[in-house]
Design a protein around this ligand. Structure first.
Ligand code: PMV
Length: 332
């Protein structure tokens, strides 16, 4: 079986979504593919060439896999695969050995929702191998459990978009997830750039939590403003008002910067995009380095892309509103 799930860009509302505020997120035209084949033995074997980085150190203790790079970062994508198999097995009440092969069309751990796409595609491929056809709701919920269990805290945003695809307004209260598909009133010419990640999503989520514990009123105020920006942005997106969407992206970035989740390099890319005529630009995802998005009028996209390439080699244009998780037999 091969299952695939899309990456995503958070258009508005990352971090605030963890505290129950709404976010708007869109799936992109880059996917993670997971091939799964049942084994005769009980082992889980993972071949994840695209998830490797140089100087990787792997250690396994008490069934927990810890992978760190030379830079001291934790490459947790493999932890998500392992957890996805464990929780799916528990949910279905069946456990079989499986060989997994993972391929990614996008940079891993950059803030493009790859950990959620890996989790969702693994759940879908493994359950299909076992003969179960899980509903999208079940896959999204299991994916959320995987993220919470690996990261400690996570919103259901990334796993929902990896499962359902499209453009979603999303928020949650307790265990209830609310998802509203949005029909964006115009094409969104977006350019994604990314820079070396200094911190993981988990680090950044924990950072915001500690800042909120220390300064609850200030941080709650910022989170609430991010939530309000998202609601304003919903109107602008539905109305296809690119200029207004851009202004709101800039406001959202400023609020994320106030939370301390941007970085010097990210700000450099975000401000370069604005100088090159972007209508708006912001970091996307967890921050601490990683990905940012810039919105432009269609006739400026070449200039914007070329100027951004002067500050980082990792720049690509993207289209939104692609399909969510998909499962195929290897013979299809
Ligand atoms: O860095 P990513 O692509 O995993 O996005 C994280 C988004 C956060 O809002 C920061 C965390 C979450 O669980 O929603």
């Amino acid at each position: 079986m091969v299952a695939s799930a899309p990456g995503k860009v958070t258009l508005f509302g990352e971090h605030a979504v963890v505290y129950g505020y709404p976010a708007i997120v869109a799936s992109i035209d880059k996917r993670i593919y997971v091939n799964a084949e049942l084994r005769e033995d009980e082992k889980i074997r993972i071949n994840a060439q695209d998830l490797r980085t140089s100087g990787v150190i792997v250690s396994i203790s008490n069934g927990e896999i810890q992978i760190t790079t030379d830079y001291g970062r934790t490459l947790s994508a493999i932890g998500y695969l392992n957890k996805a198999i464990e929780l799916t097995s528990e949910y279905l009440g069946v456990r079989k050995g499986v060989s997994l092969e993972v391929r990614s069309e996008m940079p891993v751990g950059a803030g493009l929702g790859t950990s959620a796409a890996v989790s969702v595609a693994t759940i879908a491929a493994y359950s299909a191998c076992l003969g179960y056809e899980l509903s999208k709701d079940e896959i999204a919920r299991l994916g959320w459990e995987v993220e919470k269990s690996v990261q400690g805290i996570a919103s259901p945003m990334d796993t929902s978009i990896a499962t359902f695809g499209g453009v979603l307004k999303i928020w949650f209260e307790g265990n209830t997830i609310y998802r509203v598909p949005l029909h964006v009133g115009s094409e969104l010419p977006l350019v994604v750039s990314y820079v070396e990640r200094e911190k993981s999503t988990r680090d950044m989520v924990m950072w915001v939590k500690s800042l909120r514990d220390k300064h609850p009123e200030l941080v709650n105020g910022i989170l609430e403003h991010i939530g309000r920006t998202t609601l304003e942005a919903e109107k602008a997106l539905v109305g296809g008002d690119l200029r207004e969407i851009g202004v709101l992206m800039n406001i959202n970035h400023g609020l994320l910067e106030a939370l301390g989740v941007s970085s010097r390099r990210l700000n450099e890319v975000v401000h370069t995009a604005r100088m090159a005529g972007a209508l708006g630009s912001k970091l996307t995802g967890g921050g601490g380095g990683g990905a940012s998005i810039a919105l432009t009028l269609p006739d400026n996209i070449d200039i914007l892309t070329n100027v951004l390439k002067l500050v980082t080699p990792h720049v690509f244009r993207t289209n939104i509103q692609y399909e969510g998780v998909r499962v195929n037999h290897l013979s299809d």
